[in-house]
Design a protein. Structure first.
Length: 134
């Protein structure tokens, strides 16, 4: 079986979900507005289980969820006036860049000023250190 950890083009970098993404994963999953179309916000244990399930999928089957980033920066967007997701982006270290139109609707675009700081940091997962999980 072939296993890919990253996929990269001149514009995008895709990374398989790993325990080191916990901080970003949990911040995203705990926000009820961001997760409204995904069945609602996750409790911490539920977020942990989903992350570990994805890591197990990669270990056992060679596939799972990916996180994609613009190369070399990370961007996020939300509808204009959607303050809660904007606040999450700001707390994660994203900075406002522009108002754009996406899918025919006005959005705000945020960019992570220092990719890798805060998004990909190693964080101990509840229930054990990242090294204890694939």
């Amino acid at each position: 079986m072939i296993s890919l950890d990253t996929v990269e083009t001149h514009r995008l970098r895709g990374e398989r979900v790993r325990p080191r993404h916990w901080g970003f994963w949990w911040s995203m999953g705990a926000d009820p507005v961001l997760m409204a179309t995904q069945g609602g916000a996750w409790a911490e244990e539920q977020a942990r289980e989903k992350l570990l399930w994805n890591c197990d999928q990669w270990a056992r089957h060679g596939h799972g969820q990916w996180l994609f980033f613009l190369n070399p920066s990370v961007v996020a967007l939300t509808l204009v006036g959607n303050r809660r997701p904007e606040r999450v982006m700001q707390k994660l270290g994203f900075s406002f860049e522009a108002e754009i139109t996406h899918a025919g609707l006005p959005h705000v675009l945020y960019r992570l000023a220092h990719p890798g700081h805060g998004v990909e940091r190693s964080v101990d997962l509840p229930g054990g250190p990242p090294s204890a999980h694939p």
